[in-house]
Structure formats: structure tokens, C-alpha cells
Design a protein around this ligand. Sequence first.
Ligand code: ACO
Length: 442
Amino acid sequence: MNNIFPEVPAAHTGADPTMATLTVDGRSCEIPIVMGSEGERALDISALRSKTGLITLDPGFVNTGSCESAITFVDGERGILRYRGIPIEELAAHSTFVETAYLLINSTLPTKEELASFSELLTQHSLVHEDMIFFFRNYPPRAHPMGILASMVNSLSAFYPDINDPGEGINTTVARLLSKMRTLAAISYNISVGHHVIYPRHEYSYCANFLYMMFESPVKVYIIDEDIVRALNVFWILHADHEQNCSTTAVRLVGSARVNLYAAVSSGISALWGPLHGGANQAVMEMLQNICDSGGDIAPFIARAKDKNDPFRLMGFGHRVYKTHDPRVAIMEEICETALSKLKKNDPLLDIARKLRDATREDSYFIDHHLYPNVDFFSGIFMRAIRIPLNMFPVMFAIGRLPGWIAQWKESLDDPKRKLDRPRQIYTGPPARSYVPIEKRG
Ligand code: ACO
């Protein structure tokens, strides 16, 4: 929330607007106020402990800024999302996923030449080492693709160990990871269903290549549809970054120990897997399917979500930051419609999703708790329309989020003020006591 305290101009109070005063035990200390480029204000408490002996306590980091960042701006009250200053609506309407990735990682939109050479770099690095394919084959068939992907991305550091070689350059490592992530995802799907591995083709764009690797088969040619490719571009643009969310924080935290990019991103994939985060898209579809299978009546599900004694939540609802609406949802709903009409499909789950969205808009529980659909609410319907299997949903999110993880990792690495992330705690265990030998324990 921006400036939740009413602003009192310094001239009226005589106070320094860049400083706050904290009084503890009758003694006062000054705490600097940091201001972001969109007027967000924060107390810089980095010297609090040395000044007062106190730390701050904020479980879940609900009110804690972990860094200063110039990548993504989110205003949860006004439903605003911008990458490097550009509104998500404009990027979704005009950009491609590759161009957006370039923007996030390099901070400016590329020129034609820069975009061409970035795309060329991605094309060059799209294949994975053949030995990795043998590695894949040893996973049990029911292994979840997110677990496989996290392991395989970490394994890239073994197959491409030149990461710290200055000649290799960070751009090559970044392009290698961006390009191979999509290939690894498609291979994990093909192996999980016992199909041939399909290699990427140089003439296809990033998104078209992914669809081709997923759905081409020795017995059926996959016809690339440019409208579906465009929709996939938008889908991944919508996921490309979301400032300091759970998985990005994992990437930054692990990266703060100066691990390589592959290891940092692998931790992000693991965090994203959880149903409260990127795994929610899979959970939403399971919930919508349950509603459908039980006759389509949404009322009992809404009642359960409101019942404090029931752990059930409406999946795809609620967000730590967005409190009025998530600007990605309307665009996601649009691409669902595009894909369904283009593929001449009808999905009953879309009708159920819309009924849930409309009913909760009028319901005081959801209004009072600021619960609205989030990016995951409609995304599964789009993925189902283009034949992405359910357990690949979080993988699709991970491919989309990759440019953001890379940009955030790079920004934190380049930050001269960057320290090893190491939070403190308030200890609540037993006071000091002596070890009791086992024969004397009651
Ligand atoms: N359904 C019903 N009630 C909910 C829901 C929901 N989906 N989400 C939150 N609430 C209620 C909680 O029960 C709590 O109620 P109370 O204050 O009366 O006890 C209140 O809203 C606040 O909930 P918290 O869990 O404290 O809110 P927080 O900001 O920590 O959680 C989260 C955000 C995790 C996204 C939560 O809304 C949730 O679990 N949603 C469902 C899972 C989901 O869709 N996750 C994807 C998020 S987007 C993303 O990560 C890409």
C-alpha cells in the first residue's frame, strides 16, 4: 500500500521528511525513510539493532521490503503492474515473450538488431546435451515434471560448467538457460508419456518451438497456428515477473550466497511448485473439475471457503499484494476465449470459473477479505485448451517466470550493497539447561 499514513508536509510539523523517530524505553533514535520512484516509502531499519538492540519481527515478510529493485512495479491497491515502467497491458498487446524477457533482463526494450541477436543466441542454445536425455529416462513415469525440471535445471551446471569462465559471459549463460528451460520442459513431458523426444527447429520462434516440441510426433505433424503462438506469448508475458514473490525471493536468497544462476533458478522452481504459489493453477483446475463433477453448483464450495473450520480455500483467489484486482486476470480471460474459439472448443470449466468470479464479487466475505481472482484463476483453462497436461501447468508458469528470476538474480548480483541474506529470529525455546544423561531421564 502506498503511504498508508496521511502525509503531513514537513513544513507544517518542522520534522525532517527523510527521517522517522522511534522511541524505545524512553530513548529516541532516527530511522531514515527511503522513497521509491513511485512514491512508496519505507523505513530503513538496517541499523536498528546497532542503535537500539532491537530487531523487527514480520512472519511471512508481509511488511518487509527485502531489496530496492528497478525491475517491476506493482500497486496492489490500484491493480497496476509494470515491467521496467511499461504497463502489462501494453506489453501483452504489442510485445513478444522474447522481447519482454530482454526488457526485464537488460532494462530497456531492444533495438531490431539487439532483438535479432538475442533471438539468434536463444536459437543457438536450444538443444540440451544428449546425456541429459538418458538422465531423464531414469525418472519413474509418475514423477512430477516440476521436480524433474528443478533437478534438470540444477544439473545444467554439471553439463555446462563454464559459468564462471569470463569468456563464457553472463549473456551466454542467460540465453542458454532461457532456451534450454523450454526444451527441458518439453522433453520431460514427452518422456513422461512415453513419446519420442522432439528436437527444436531453428526456423521456429521461441513459443512456436515449444508447441512443436510438445506436440509434434512421428505419426502426426503439428500444425503451428499463429494465433495460438500469439496467445502463448501473452500467457508467458503475463507471468514474466512479479517483484518479490515467494519464488523470486527464493532465487534472490539462494543467489545471495553467490551460487550459480542454475542453482538459484532451481530453488525458484521448487518454491513455485507449491499450491499457494505457482502450483495454484493446477489446484484451480482440480477444484473447477470437482465442482463440475458434483453437478456444477458453486454454492457449497463458496460456503466451504468461508467456513473458518474448513481448511478449503477457493484456489486462484486472493493475493498478498493485489487488494482490488489483478490486472493480469482480464487479459488471461481474453486469451482463454481466443484459444477456445480458435480451436473450436467449449470448456464447461470456463463457465464455472465465471460463475464463481461473479458470485464472489457480490459476497461480503470476499469483499471484506479483498479476495479476487488472481493470475492462476483462468490460466489453466487456456493451457487445457492448447492441450497442456495438468501436471505441466506449474512448469508453464516456471518457463514464463524465468526472465524475471534471471533479471532479479542479475540485479542482486550487480548491487554493490548486496549482502548475504540472513534473517534473524526471536528465540522462543527453553532457557539454558544442562544435558541429562539417558539413564537419568524420567
Ligand atoms: N479462499 C478463501 N479465503 C481466503 C482465501 C481463499 N483463496 N485466501 C485468503 N483467504 C482468507 C483467509 O482465510 C484469511 O481469513 P481470516 O483473516 O478471516 O482468517 C484471510 O483471507 C487472509 O488470508 P492469508 O492467508 O493470511 O492471506 P495471504 O496474503 O497470506 O495469502 C494467498 C495470500 C496465499 C495467495 C491466499 O490468498 C491463498 O491461499 N489463495 C489461494 C491459493 C492461490 O490462489 N495462490 C496463488 C496466488 S498468486 C501466485 O502466487 C502466483
